[in-house]
Every structure is written in structure tokens, then in C-alpha cells.
Design a protein around this ligand. Structure first.
Ligand code: TRH
Length: 377
């Protein structure tokens, strides 16, 4: 049965909203044979994630997904069998009316933001009757039993492991990006928001006895990097050396290539939601720059994840890892935190793969959604 899905994405900020919905849409088509239309209000933000996309197009097909420009002046459209509003975006009023008028009522779900907090399992899957008489279900991604899982393509972990087991594949991929691996260097990727803690971390990396290569995709952290380097402006392709630290600014690449960057690196600094999850699938140690929320609500999320992630680490490794994440998000103290992290490196590295395997043993988000939505259609 060809089930039709409409996924609505309102780009609030950055790339996370469209990053998650584009990934979900692709997987629903490729692995579950669903017919998916992704409505996005800012197609220009979609284009960097999918370089072959046309940022101006009203409607286009990419990898089997229909992508449509979600305009303010909504034109009546046939309602899909499954309607996903991503991150509580507000559906067009006419579309809501058409949903209520449809003979076979559609499945209506709100896809929530990711959080490791305890309450998530209790709220995942809860229905709520809306003003138009329809029931809306709240779908919560998560890391534990009873939550909606994480986005993970069916062969992702195997493909990642095969890549990491093949040094030539890694070298060739990096060469295509203009990165020459230096003998014995620690390779780090850096995708972050503006961060006052960066300078102290870079000082520590430059002074490190081991050579370090830092890859920085263009983005919000470039201003802090430029200040530390004493440069006016940084662009993709530029490279610098300070002490034992070599820095390269990379272009923003497709989601698939960004995965390969994460798989290639020994350590990944990531941010937001989607790159945070992808770094976990890379099976390598990571540093999370969480998206800041009002009244510091993000600190509860950060601590909830740390409590889960560090649960099986020794007290010393758990403390080093947690303190480095806190320092990074506080904006100070990265020099001490980095040296404490290095002291626990073998255990933290081993744990990253173990955590990935643990999470990969759980149902993935797209499959979980399909189970909820298509079983009763
Ligand atoms: O861009 P973000 O900061 O998005 C954030 C978060 O989702 C946050 O939770 C949300 O509230 C806020 O937006 C509105 O970080 P995130 O989630 O990691 O999304 C980045 C996307 O960009 C992700 O899909 C990976 C992708 N990416 C590429 O495709 N190529 C690249 O070169 C890079 C650096 C990233």
C-alpha cells in the first residue's frame, strides 16, 4: 500500500529543523517505500544540505522525496494519510480544516525535539484531541526504552565501520576535501556556535606535543576562530598553522559527506541535534555544543544526556568527559578540561563505540514512526 506522508518543516534557526526532516523523509522513501512530500518554508536553507537542490524551486524531487516550498499563502492541497508537523510548527489553517473533513482521518503527529530527560518516555506516544476533533500524537525521539529512538539508516553502522576499517577510503575522501593527513596527527572536526571557550582550547591544541589537524566547516564559529588567528575573515579552503596545530576551513558539504568527515576524525565537536546524533553513530569521542534555550533549560538536557552517556564510564573518565562538555558550554575552562580528557582517552574512545552499538540495538525513529502510522491504515 502506497502511504502518502506530508512532513511540514518551519525553519526556525540554523540547519537542525530541515536537517532532521530531510533525513527522515529520505529514509521513509528509501527504506519503507512511503510517498513523502517535505514542505519547507525556507528552501534556501535546505540547499546546503543537498547541494544538487534548487534553492528557488517551488517543487522539486530529490532522492525520491518531493520537496515543496511551504508558502504563507497556502493553496488547497489533498491531505496525506500521515501528517507530521516537525517541532510543533503550525500547520496551515486550511490544511487543518481539510484534515478534519477527510473521510479517512489522517494520522497526525508532532515530531518533538530530542532530549535525554526522564520525562520523555512518559510523554512519547501520548495522544491529544485537538480543536478540530482530530487526535494528535506526540512523538519523542530518545535514547532509552519507551522513547521514539534516533534517526539511523538501516546499514549506517556497518557502512561507517567498513569506512573506518579502510585507511585508503579515509585518505581518499579527505583528499577530495583538500585535506592531507599528517603523520601521527590527531584529527578533529569543529562544528559549533559562537564560543568563548574556543581560544583556550586552540591554545592547548597548538601547544600539544602531538600534532593536531582541525577541520572547521564554514559556520557560526568562524568569527571566534578568525579572532584567535588574527585574521579578518575566513573562507572555505583557507589553511593556517600555529605551533603544532594545523587548521583548515572546509566548505559546507552534503549530509552524507558530513557523516564521512565525522567518521574520519578522532574527535568531533558538534552542535544542536542532528550533528550530535551523527557524531554518536561515528563511534568516536565527541564534544556537544548544545543549542541554548531560554532560562538555561538546555543545561537540564545536557546533564540528562551526560548522566546516561557516562553511566558506564569509570568515575575519572566520566568526570573528565562531563567537565569538558560543561566547560565548552559555559564558555570557559577548556585548557584544563582538554588535558583531563586526554588523560582518559583510551577509555573514552572505547566507550564511544560501545555507546553506538547500544543505541543501534534499539528501534530507529523512522521505523518507529512507520509502525505507529501504517499499522492501522
Ligand atoms: O544547525 P543546528 O545548530 O540546528 C539546531 C538544532 O537542531 C537545535 O536543536 C534546534 O533547536 C535549532 O537548530 C533550531 O545543528 P544540527 O541539528 O546539528 O544541524 C546541522 C545540520 O547540518 C545537520 O543535519 C548536519 C548538517 N551539516 C551538513 O550537512 N554539512 C556540513 O558540512 C555540516 C557542518 C553540517
Amino acid at each position: 500500500m502506497n502511504v502518502k506522508w506530508d512532513i511540514f518543516c518551519n525553519v526556525i534557526d540554523n540547519f537542525g529543523d530541515i536537517g532532521v526532516t530531510w533525513r527522515l523523509a529520505r529514509q521513509l522513501v528509501a527504506e519503507h517505500g512511503q510517498a513523502v512530500c517535505l514542505w519547507v518554508d525556507e528552501p534556501a536553507v535546505f540547499a546546503p544540505l543537498c547541494p544538487q537542490a534548487d534553492p528557488e524551486a517551488e517543487c522539486q524531487w530529490q532522492l525520491g522525496v518531493e520537496i515543496r516550498h511551504w508558502r504563507q499563502d497556502w493553496q488547497p492541497m489533498e491531505v496525506a494519510d500521515v501528517v507530521i508537523e516537525a517541532f510543533a510548527c503550525e500547520l496551515p489553517a486550511q490544511y487543518l480544516e481539510a484534515m478534519a473533513a477527510r473521510a479517512d482521518k489522517p494520522h497526525w503527529l508532532n515530531l518533538e525535539y530530542l532530549s535525554a530527560e526522564d520525562w520523555v518516555a512518559g510523554c512519547h506516544g501520548l495522544p491529544s484531541v485537538q480543536f478540530n476533533g482530530l487526535q494528535k500524537v506526540f512523538y519523542f525521539p530518545g535514547f532509552t526504552e519507551g522513547t521514539g529512538g534516533l534517526l539511523r539508516e538501516s546499514t549506517l553502522v556497518e557502512r561507517r565501520q567498513a569506512f573506518q576499517a579502510d585507511p585508503q577510503a579515509r585518505r581518499s575522501f579527505l583528499e577530495e576535501l583538500g585535506v592531507e593527513l599528517e603523520e601521527g596527527a590527531l584529527l578533529i572536526s569543529l562544528f559549533a556556535y559562537e564560543n568563548a571557550a574556543l581560544a583556550a582550547w586552540l591554545d592547548a591544541l597548538a601547544a600539544s606535543p602531538q600534532p593536531v589537524q582541525l577541520l572547521v566547516p564554514v559556520g557560526r564559529v568562524l568569527g571566534d576562530l578568525a579572532r584567535w588567528l588574527g585574521e579578518e575573515k575566513l573562507t572555505a579552503g583557507s589553511g593556517f598553522r600555529r605551533g603544532n596545530l594545523a587548521i583548515q576551513v572546509l566548505p559546507f558539504v552534503s549530509q552524507e559527506d558530513y557523516d564521512r568527515i565525522l567518521w574520519s576524525c578522532d574527535f568531533n565537536a558538534v552542535r544542536g541535534e542532528d550533528s550530535f546524533v551523527r557524531a554518536q553513530w561515528a563511534g568516536r569521542p565527541l564534544l556537544w555544543h548544545i543549542y541554548q534555550q531560554e532560562e538555561g533549560a538546555h543545561w537540564d538536557k545536557l546533564e540528562a544526556f551526560l548522566a546516561l552517556y557516562c553511566g558506564e564510564l569509570s568515575p575519572a573518565a566520566a568526570a573528565a568527559l562531563a567537565e569538558s562538555w560543561r566547560a565548552w558550554n559555559r564558555g570557559e575552562g577548556m585548557a584544563e578540561a582538554w588535558s583531563a580528557l586526554l588523560a582518559q582517552w583510551p577509555e573514552i574512545r572505547h566507550h564511544a563505540e560501545r555507546w553506538c552499538q547500544l543505541q543501534a540495538a534499539r528501534i530507529d525513529l523512522a521505523t518507529g514512526l512507520v509502525q505507529i502510522c501504517t499499522n492501522s491504515l
